[in-house]
Design a protein. Sequence first.
Length: 543
Amino acid sequence: MTLSLNVLFVASEAVPLAKTGGLGDMVGACASALRRAGMKVTVMLPGYPDAIAQLQHTHTVCEWTDLPGGRARLLSGRMGAQGIPVLLFDAPALFARPGNPYLDDHGEPYEDNALRFAAFSQAAARVAGGVPGVHRADIVQAHDWHAGLVPLFVKRAQVPVKTVFTVHNLAFQGNFPMHVVPDIGVPPDAAHEAEFWGQFSFLKAGLLWADRITTVSHAYAREILSEAAGCGMQDLLRARQQDLVAILNGIDNDVWNPSKDPLLPQPFVASNLSGKQTAKRVLQQRFGLPEDPKAPLLAVGSRLTHQKMADVTLQALPQLLESNPQLQVAVLGCGEHAYETGMAELAARYPRQVAAKIGYTEAYAHLLHAGADILLHGSRFEPCGLTPLYSMRYGTVPIASRVGGLMDTITDHGSPEAALHGATGFLFDGDTADAMVAAVERALHVFAQPQAWRILQYNGMTTDFGWSQPAREYIALYRNLVPAATPMPAVALAQTPAATDALHTPRPEQPVRTPARRRSTALSDEIRAHAVARAASAEKIRA
Ligand code: ADP
Ligand code: GLC
């Protein structure tokens, strides 16, 4: 009944081939979910050496000599357990560089980033139009500024394909001096239109020429229309509000699933957290913290950047550590040098309370989410924020800023919504250390009440953050753009109110929608009763 569409994802990252943050998680998991839902999704990435090395069933599709940046090949292959089709743009002069996709050895953006990602985007536009051995796409979904020129190149080449541009983070804009324009294949009139404060902006190009713009949470979609969060693009976004659609990210329930996670010492489920206690012990061992099952163990696990309020976290923690001598803090992350040093210094100052691993591995990230009690996740802005979703899935209660996707996904303990849906965490306003300290103190107060804490954990673990619903919403959006396609069965649409919304054109109410991910009240009540009972018996056993 469902007619499959050919969807080409164009991005600079996708797990498992390339990841520096949530973008890679989202692209890989969303592609996988859409394929499960019947779409023919292919992911196109730059040919980083690591990605080429990991590609399975590799073969060369074609070669190009006329793209900016020199000779290039298009490689085809598969990735991951699901065997997702992948195309790699193998342009050695641009991408045969080990390490970070965007930064050189000194942590500086590569000088030729405009050329690298323009050539990549131009190649993607050609692929969208069909190259020998690769079907023409019905939809091209370009992610973030690195693929921002795809809609422009598609339009200029008159490729009969619809384009979606997904904003994962409006703060990263790909703005370059105007003098790069003649070298990157962008026509002067288009460069003029995509000019942003005297620079040429890849992000602005994406926002201008895509048929639809999506972003990754409802609250962020509202926020970016304002001066405060619009990063200078708010007027353009307002002008395109009819085409702006919010689809909340999901998480990959196969990768982030405590009941079958091979990276954990012992699996666990919402109704039995003994494996979580084991994970806590192992986490304490690996991080060199005292093995204490009762000590509240707070995790900081994100990029150490200004966006993630690493500066505020560094101000807040000493106060919290002094007033809560039992508190333990495990830091996993890397980012700006000053914050990395700050975390290392904190660990040196409080060796029995703080441990910092500067760097990132998936294995440690999974152990951190499983073994910690609390995740501290400040954000000055947060388009979606996958990390707290992972933590909730693993029974680690998030304390986060009341911004963007964090608002859509975390129900604050003590809020009116908590009475309806059940609380899953703690939210705080602003970016002061005082506000962060107060939120952590609030959480510690509840942590000291095992039954109440157990309910928070249970609520988070049993909320459906999976990709099924967002995948339906993307499919509804695609079908809206390619109306010739057979509509989905009415029953499927009826089950997805948000997806049905996306079919209405125009959508004057867009992007204001209610958060998508909620447990039903009935289920929540049942869970609560169950959790209370279990927590009570667990307490008896411990006593
Ligand atoms: P963002 O993409 O803004 O960093 P998200 O919370 O959406 O935020 O996604 C973060 C993802 O990146 C998670 O999978 C997390 O485990 C991972 N991550 C966190 N810190 C790092 C790091 N220093 N390097 C690479 N990945 C990281
Ligand atoms: C970006 C955002 C983050 C989001 C991720 C995936 O990196 O900063 O909030 O979760 O993209 O969409």
